[in-house]
Design a protein around this ligand. Structure first.
Ligand code: SF4
Ligand code: SF4
Length: 333
């Protein structure tokens, strides 16, 4: 027993230290190599960027330390993801209120609606910073964008706080296909019809407002992230593109008793009866880890190549928490 707790402690210190070093190194590279001042504090006082890098790295280490315990994940994920979103939107509000230091590119402001990550490049016919950030997260940590990194999904997670309703969401795939078609063809039509930026912005903004209504009207009531699982085209793209990344979640055939208790612990609608029978969560799974401790038999596990479940989970946490901390420092419009 003693040995186990020693091992656990050692693993969480190693995880926390690795996140600290990785985040500090990456942000230091940005501070030293990128000509534009990317670290916010540096824009106000010369040299203050280094202090910010220290504190963001420390933040990443603390998050990793506590999330190492699967029982803490749902609570820590909710608060840290919420904080990430609050930082992102506060910078946007300050930026458009005239404090331009809080914006990445004041002259090229994009709408903070995740669907625009798909629609924007099609309409503008160019790939921007946000698209590159988005695609790199899929390659590095699969669907973690939708559980730790998206400024919008955090709202869905915060409001879907009731115990998830039983049964799977009906017509989920049809809803997802419809919004994806709307965004892709809408952007194409606007591009070829020469629609103005104002028209495109109003259309994108309306799509975002409907998304907020979906969160307020449905996610709150059902306890499931209705916006992210049925409406957001960026989430839909991730559902399929996530297979570019080798991390997986599976249900251990040898120990699962088919009790179905875990079904009421997934807000992404990825743990329905048929998923449990198939021994793997549904396509909506974001690897968030909220369900792990709900299983009395410990049957829900991470998998990365031939590594064991704990090592796989630790590697996933290292990548995801590091990205979360780096984005906290850099993600702004
Ligand atoms: S589904 Fe869309 S809004 Fe939800 S977390 Fe993913 S990208 Fe963000
Ligand atoms: S199945 Fe588990 S890990 Fe996957 S989204 Fe649902 S709660 Fe998160």
């Amino acid at each position: 027993m003693k040995r186990k707790s020693y091992t656990d402690n050692r693993a969480k210190y190693i995880l926390a230290l690795s996140v600290f070093v990785f985040v500090a190194l990456n942000l230091s590279m940005v501070q030293l190599k990128v000509e534009k001042k990317m670290i916010l504090a540096e824009r106000f006082w010369a040299g203050a960027g280094w202090i910010e890098i220290f504190f963001i790295s420390l933040y990443g280490a603390v998050v990793a330390y506590f999330m190492h315990n699967p029982a803490n994940v749902a609570k820590w994920r909710k608060y840290t993801w919420g904080l990430f979103s609050a930082v992102f939107f506060s910078q946007l509000i300050l930026g458009i209120s005239g404090f331009e230091n809080f914006l990445m590119t004041a002259d090229k402001l994009h709408l903070p609606v995740p669907a625009m990550i798909i629609g924007g490049p099609i309409y503008r016919y160019e790939i921007g910073f946000m698209t590159i950030l988005f695609l790199s997260t899929i390659v590095l940590s699969g669907p973690a964008w939708c559980s730790h990194l998206c400024y919008f999904g955090a709202l869905d997670n915060l409001l879907a706080k009731r115990k998830p309703e039983k049964g799977k969401i009906k017509h989920k795939t049809a809803f997802k296909a419809t919004t994806m078609v709307l965004i892709v063809f809408g952007a194409l039509i606007m591009r070829f019809a020469g629609a103005s930026y104002t028209t495109a912005a109003i259309s994108g903004g309306s799509f975002g407002i409907i998304g907020i209504l979906v969160i307020v009207l449905f996610s709150r009531r059902k306890g499931k992230m209705m916006h992210c699982t049925t409406y957001c085209p960026a989430g839909t793209l991730i559902n399929y593109a996530r297979f570019l990344n080798p991390f997986r979640m599976y249900i251990d055939d040898n120990s699962c008793t088919l009790c179905n208790v875990c079904t009421s612990h997934c807000r992404y609608d990825a743990l329905n009866r048929e998923n449990i029978e198939n021994k793997k969560p549904g396509i909506n799974c974001t690897l968030c880890g909220d369900c792990i401790t709900s299983c009395h038999a410990g049957s829900i596990k991470y998998k990365l190549f031939k590594f064991g479940p704990e090592t796989s989970r630790n590697i996933w946490l290292f990548i995801t928490v590091s990205l979360h901390a780096v984005f906290m420092a850099l993600a702004r419009l």
